[in-house]
Design a protein around this ligand. Structure first.
Ligand SMILES: Nc1ncnc2c1ncn2[C@@H]1O[C@H](COP(=O)(O)OP(=O)(O)OP(=O)(O)O)[C@@H](O)[C@H]1O
Ligand SMILES: [Mg+2]
Length: 333
């Protein structure tokens, strides 16, 4: 009885044969569908490959303001079989834009691999379940496919976030997979090949972040690098409008002043607020106004909200206060 329960459990984990009537799924493709099928199905639609249509959906569905040019460059890179590197300052939408484009392109929810120093092929391609391997040996039955292999098998996209935090070995491994569009798993003597062009990669990186590795020339040679910059004040205002989610009016002049403030901090402070910070600042100010029962955001809400959204580094509060005073003639009380 106990053994049946164990077998069933292993089967449900996609790691063994079912004791029941359901067909077995010890093959890797079946296992991938069992483990990751649900995730990938979180979004399913027809692949969207037209840059104008992608741009429209990014805006309408994902509330992301992305230039037509950027989308065109990504599409051209994908069609040329090249991965893309989004590089730029924090909070400029790299991660969200990459995930959304990959998802639309494949018509399936993209996989996300968030890099860290100790990420290796076993964490991204697959490894062996220790107990299963002891019992059944190092073979398909004990092999657990990981996101990169799953994406290749399911023809989905992969977002490799913060690539500079990974080791050079991992970068090279990823490039080899992109170059050849196949993954070799020697331990189980299998070669998996991409079936369609839904399998694409976007890397993100923020070169100003601390404790990061350099990207090798070999890596840079193979990717299409798209630099991200802070948006213009007009674009940033549009981003905040897209993301602002409170039914309390935020006047354009007030928003303009907020954007002026973050631009001063981008020049003067060590912590440079990204558009993500501006969005949060506006959302908090809107909520503070709402809590007061007001139907319009006032300057005092904005200044009060600045304390929790712009005071990021100890010792930099004065720089924030100065910027607020310069723009609003007020600083937090
Ligand atoms: N172009 C944009 N359109 C819409 N929202 C944006 C845009 N750029 C930034 N944002 C805001 O920033 C948030 C996304 O930031 P995201 O995490 O993708 O940035 P990032 O560049 O990956 O930052 P980091 O370098 O810190 O990882 C969104 O939730 C939104 O509030
Ligand atoms: Mg990011």
């Amino acid at each position: 009885m106990e053994r049946d329960v164990e077998k069933e459990l292993l089967y449900r984990l996609g790691l063994g044969e079912s004791s029941g009537r359901e067909s077995s799924a010890v093959d890797i493709e079946g296992k991938v569908r069992q483990i990751y099928g649900q995730l990938v199905a979180e979004y399913s639609g027809k692949p969207v490959r037209n840059p104008y249509e992608i741009q429209r959906l990014l805006r309408d569905r994902y509330k992301l303001l992305v230039s037509e040019n950027l989308v065109k460059l990504v599409v051209a890179a994908f069609l040329a079989g090249r991965p893309v590197l989004f590089e730029g300052p924090p909070g400029t939408g790299k991660t969200e834009i990459a995930e959304a484009i990959l998802t639309l392109w494949a018509g399936k929810q993209a996989f996300i691999i968030t890099c860290s120093e100790n990420y290796d092929e076993y964490r991204v391609i697959g490894d062996f379940h220790p107990l299963m391997a002891l019992r059944y040996g190092f073979n398909e039955a004990s092999f657990i496919p990981r996101p990169l292999l799953a994406a290749l098998i399911l023809d989905a996209g992969v977002l490799v976030d913060e690539i500079r935090r990974s080791s050079e070995e991992l970068q090279n491994l990823l490039l080899d997979i992109i170059d050849k569009r196949r993954i070799i798993v020697p331990e189980i003597r299998r070669v998996f090949r991409a079936r369609g062009i839904g399998f694409q990669m976007i890397f993100t990186s923020n070169p100003e972040d601390f404790a990061q590795n350099e990207l090798s020339d070999a890596f840079l040679r193979r990717v299409v690098r798209i630099p991200f910059r802070y948006p213009s004040p007009e674009e940033e205002a549009e981003i905040v409008r897209l993301r602002y989610d409170v039914e309390v009016e935020l006047e354009p002049s007030l928003l303009k002043a907020m954007i002026m403030t973050v631009n001063i901090l981008r020049e003067k402070a060590a912590y440079k607020p990204g558009p993500s910070d501006t969005v949060l600042w506006a959302r908090i100010a809107g909520r503070l106004a709402k809590l007061r029962g007001a139907n319009k955001v006032e300057m005092r809400d904005v200044v009060e909200a600045a304390v929790i959204t712009l005071y990021k580094r100890v010792g930099e509060e004065d720089i924030v206060d100065e910027a607020l005073e310069k723009v609003f003639g007020q600083k937090p009380g």
